[in-house]
Design a protein around this ligand. Structure first.
Ligand code: GLC
Length: 466
């Protein structure tokens, strides 16, 4: 057996082992098959983790498990729960769930954050769910599934929850710490790019799904979604996009400006621009910064949001070129030896102490704090195809998978170069394995990208200002 076949075989063996059944049907995959130690919640089916497994199943025309996952979670989201000050889960999809067997009967138990370490709410789950539903319909052609009452109700409940008026007059979502893949305190509260781009992607998915539905209320939701997505895209372009030209503007900002037409809308102090930003960007580079708020621009590079922005055509052509050029120029810092850093650069010293709360799992260049996450390889492969640039070749992917397999498929890697298996990494981490397989099937058959990518943003024209 050649090396590639050996790696694929081992990866599939683990992926199949991770499948969870409920009432005789496959409904998802556990987060990790780590041997020995207490599983914490790694024995559960995580919504965000399953998205990566689902890519692999859909690319291989195995629709059943994805359909079952979407069905059981559509039922779970509406289940009445009683936790303090929040009794209805409508529109909120669980971070994770598991099957409990009692007295010969099976039931599902979901965690919406009330059990999670740090009690973190999964703002991302419902957004991944919408993206997955669109992908399932694209792959299987099963359009009638979206019309089934529980699925239709779930789509609308998610939109009701995410489009509701809040305390702010901007199109982004206000997000607490720990609300997505970075689910520990990392200074992500506010308006983190990963969620805002995912929100844009989910709105696009919802628009496609609702467009299949002839009912009047679906048309109304479609209009609202298009309006919000247009404003959101314009807001991200105007406020988050950073290149040398924008950086020069920021460095010349005046403070405490009042009124609608001011340059320094968020009252950013030039002194807050980190020294690494200009040389790191180079003359051609550009990216969306990590977060914006009053007096705050977080210059950290968040991989998920930036790469996803290309896949879902949030970037315009020029931005895509600049972002890809940055990825190529900064290969060593972002992609490194094990793709991909969740966030760059790491928080260190007093900043790490204050922002993470001295989190020993998130020490500099480890875990979420500058550690490398191989599950993101699917996204790197997808961006390579969408942008038609060789950011990842099959040979590089196979080389990388050889390391992963030899290290027992760890959850993450440590170090600025991403070359040591993470100090607290779970082994046989399923989205690591699925990330490799999904990247492989994308690179092998680039047409697979059609299931998940979006064409040029049709909503930007609806927005003249935000
Ligand atoms: C960790 C990660 C989170 C992931 C979960 C299960 O909590 O931070 O993103 O979903 O493990 O793999």
């Amino acid at each position: 057996m050649d090396n590639t076949s050996f790696l694929l075989k081992d990866a599939w063996k683990q992926l199949e082992k991770s499948v969870v059944h409920y009432q005789g049907q496959p409904v998802g995959t556990v987060a990790a098959l780590h041997p020995g130690t207490t599983p914490l919640n790694y024995d559960q089916i995580f919504t965000r983790d399953f998205f990566v497994s689902a890519l692999v199943f859909l690319f291989n025309k195995d629709y059943r498990i994805v359909r079952n996952f979407l069905s059981v979670t559509a039922d779970l989201h509406g289940r009445k729960r009683s936790i303090d000050c929040f009794t209805s889960g409508l529109g909120l999809m669980p971070a994770s769930f598991k099957v409990i067997c009692e007295g010969g009967r099976e039931r599902l138990s979901a965690d919406f954050g009330e059990q999670a370490i740090g009690r973190v709410t999964p703002v991302d789950s419902s957004l991944w769910w919408l993206l997955l539903l669109r992908m399932y319909i694209n792959a299987s052609g099963d359009r009638s599934f979206a019309g089934r009452a529980p699925v239709r109700q779930a789509v609308m409940a998610i939109l009701d929850l995410y489009l509701v008026a809040r305390f702010e007059l901007i199109p982004t979502l206000l997000v607490p710490d720990g609300a997505f893949m970075i689910d520990r305190r990392m200074g992500m509260y506010g308006h983190p790019l990963d969620i805002e781009v995912l929100f844009f992607a989910a709105l696009r998915a919802a628009h496609d799904i609702l467009s299949l539905d002839p009912a009047d209320d679906a048309a109304q939701y479609c209009n609202t979604v298009a309006h919000r997505a247009g404003h959101l895209a314009a807001h991200l372009h105007r406020n988050y996009w950073l290149d040398q030209e924008r950086l020069a503007h920021i460095c010349s900002y005046r403070q405490d400006e009042f009124g609608e037409e001011v340059a320094n809308r968020y009252n950013i102090y030039p002194e807050s621009v980190p020294a690494w930003a200009a040389p790191w960007l180079g003359s051609q580079g550009g990216y969306f910064v990590g977060n914006i708020g009053p007096g705050r621009m977080d210059f950290r590079f968040l991989s998920l949001g930036n790469l996803l922005s290309i896949l879902v055509s949030l970037t315009d052509q020029q931005q895509q070129t600049n972002l890809v050029s940055l990825l190529q120029r900064q290969h060593g810092t972002i992609i490194a030896n094990m793709p991909l850093k969740a966030c760059y650069p790491a928080l260190e010293g007093a900043e790490w102490q204050a922002i993470t709360g001295a989190d020993r799992k998130n020490t500099p260049w480890s875990y979420h704090n500058g550690g490398s996450w191989p599950f993101l390889t699917w996204l790197l492969a997808a961006v390579s195809i969408k942008a038609d640039k060789k950011l990842l070749t099959i040979d590089q992917l196979i080389g990388m998978a050889g390391t992963l397999q030899a290290d027992n498929w760890p959850e993450y890697y440590d170090g600025i170069d991403g070359d040591t298996a993470g100090k607290e990494a779970r082994l046989f981490q399923i989205w690591t394995i699925a990330g490799f397989l999904a990247a492989y099937y994308l690179l092998k058959n680039p047409k697979n990208i059609e299931l998940l990518a979006f064409d040029e943003n049709p909503f930007s024209a609806t927005c003249d200002e935000d």
